[in-house]
Ligand binder design. Structure first.
Ligand SMILES: [Zn+2]
Length: 76
């Protein structure tokens, strides 16, 4: 099972939980104060998301094997 990270809105405590993916978006009780803590994206997931944004902004119709100015394998 993957590990998910949660931050408590009341005491700001950060904790990790081993959960099934179907439970990932559910609130988890804070171990300190039992408030419902929201899931936060891990550093790893944040990096992956930035990577996607970078790829799509660079993509822009090029084939990925060339710079944005075009090449033989793309139709720019
Ligand atoms: Zn708390």
């Amino acid at each position: 099972m993957p590990i998910y990270e949660y931050v408590c809105p009341k005491c700001s405590s950060r904790f990790e939980l081993l959960r099934s993916m179907s439970q990932a978006n559910e609130d988890a009780p804070c171990p300190q104060c039992q408030q419902k803590a929201k899931r936060v994206l891990s550093v790893f997931a944040g990096l992956a998301r930035n990577g996607d944004g970078l790829t799509s902004s660079l993509g822009g119709g090029s084939c990925g094997g060339c710079s944005a100015t075009g090449c033989d394998s793309c139709s720019i």
